[in-house]
Design a protein around this ligand. Structure first.
Ligand code: CTP
Length: 424
């Protein structure tokens, strides 16, 4: 988003007192570089981790913690009221407890009470604290109050311990924040208990020890789906081919694969226990018949040393496995189609033909070519459903598209209206 006056928004970043406070500096940068007005409101204990001068320099705005600072400007009311988005990161157990109880004993909690915009809590704490019934109850309360509470990442925590409770990466917080600015209701906690397996990225078909046949897929759409689904409460496994994403999404189990055959095997395995299967990967239709154990030499003139055979159609096989009873009949299967249109029909004509041929429940159709779709941040398209309905996806970020695709998916999942639960 460019920083024009039209899209300049007011972002309030509340910082809790945790070691992850240093990572929030990159989140502040994300929003100031997009041209937004950022106000940072740390708790007093947050300033033990990052100094006020750092927050002031990064945001370009004054920083206060106390309701009694700038009383003439009534800051404790004004900051929350004028915000278009509030992000609380790291949201510590204590801060979420105070916010859930409606306390207003510092500038941040007072601002949270006056904010009427989307509020995003990004928890970071030790696993025991995240799993404690008191925290679980506070998270439920905050969600009931309309806030989005991210499910934290798993990984290295402060000290030697690892587990759930790590602050998601700043890039990911930025993407989720951008999504809520575009669409405040993009992340309802409505997929709790839904098991999803999503494929993403491009496959690589080995030719020899140094070369492969690949494609331009960045994996952005599949990763955006996995990220948004996990933050809506789904239990997500992401089967990832080659991508240009910086890291694994928070709260998602990621399985990395190379070839179409490997991707197909993993999808078949995880689809057996899934309620929803989404094939967003760009799968190579062909692979070399032989993988040379040594580097293929140019050699003399003669036939090309590369002969290709056809890869399995993974999506069609998943649909067939559902028909054969290998995977549950009620499993929702979603495919993607990247189409250019040609003399035989437009993008949507090809999409409808493909939906019928693959037999899936939903097909997301993107127009590709001329720099569209592959590797870009934004996209547009349509969702075609097996019942003949058609939903157009307005131009926007792949994260925004993911949220709309998941809205359609949620209508097809029998238990998609799960009760909120903090453990995700
Ligand atoms: N797909 C798959 N296995 C393949 C090829 C594609 O599962 N071997 C999936 C993709 O993940 C996507 C859908 O099928 O969800 C459509 O992919 P696309 O490349 O558009 O279609 P193809 O089946 O390859 O058909 P065509 O090349 O004729 O357009």
């Amino acid at each position: 988003m460019a920083g024009t006056d039209d899209n300049r928004r007011h972002i309030l970043i509340g910082v809790g007192g945790g070691i992850a406070a240093y990572k929030v500096c990159s989140v502040i940068r994300h929003f100031t570089e997009a041209g937004h007005d950022v106000r940072v409101v740390p708790t007093r204990s947050a300033l033990n981790f990052v100094g006020k001068a750092t927050f002031e320099a990064l945001s370009g705005n004054p920083v206060t913690t106390d309701v009694f600072d700038d009383v003439d400007e009534v800051a404790h009311v004004a900051l929350g009221r004028q915000a278009d988005l509030v992000i609380v990161a790291p949201a510590t157990a204590d801060l979420m407890s105070r916010a859930a109880a409606g306390r207003a004993d510092d500038l941040l909690t007072a601002s949270l009470l006056t904010a009427r915009c989307p509020v995003l809590y990004v928890p970071a704490m030790h696993t025991e604290m995240w799993e404690h019934p008191a925290t679980v109850a506070n998270v439920v309360t905050l969600r009931e109050h309309g806030a989005t509470v991210m499910t934290p990442a798993s990984g290295r925590l402060t000290g030697a311990d690892t587990g759930a409770g790590r602050l998601p990466e700043p890039d990911e917080i930025g993407l989720i924040g951008d999504l809520l600015l575009d669409r405040p209701d993009a992340l309802p906690y409505d997929l709790s208990g839904v098991r999803m397996v999503i494929s993403a990225g491009g496959t690589r078909e080995a030719l020899d020890p140094v070369r492969y046949l690949g494609n331009h897929s960045s994996g952005k759409q599949g990763y955006a789906l996995a990220r948004a689904a996990a933050q809506r409460g789904a239990q997500v496994t992401l089967v990832s081919g080659a991508v240009s994403e910086p890291g694994d999404p928070a709260a998602v189990d990621v399985v990395h694969v190379d070839s179409a055959v490997q991707l197909g095997q993993q999808m078949q395995t995880f689809a057996k226990d899934a309620d929803v299967v989404i094939m967003a990967a760009a799968v190579a239709d062909f692979r070399p018949v032989n993988v040379s154990g040594s580097k293929i030499k140019k050699g003399a003139d003669g036939p090309s040393p590369i002969q290709l055979s056809t890869n399995p159609d993974i999506l069609a096989r998943l649909v067939a496995a559902r028909t054969d009873g290998e995977i549950a009949a009620e499993t929702v299967i979603v495919g993607f189609a990247a189409e250019t249109g040609d003399e035989n029909g437009g993008v949507l004509d090809h999409g409808r033909t493909k939906l019928a041929r693959k037999g899936c429940d939903l097909l997301v159709v993107n127009a590709v070519g001329d720099g569209r779709a592959f590797g870009t941040d934004d996209n547009t398209g349509w969702i075609l459903a097996a019942d003949g309905s058609e939903t157009s996806l307005p131009y926007g970020s792949k994260t925004l598209m993911a949220s709309r695709i998941l809205d359609e998916v949620a209508t097809l999942v029998p238990h998609g209206e799960g009760a909120p639960d903090a453990s995700g």
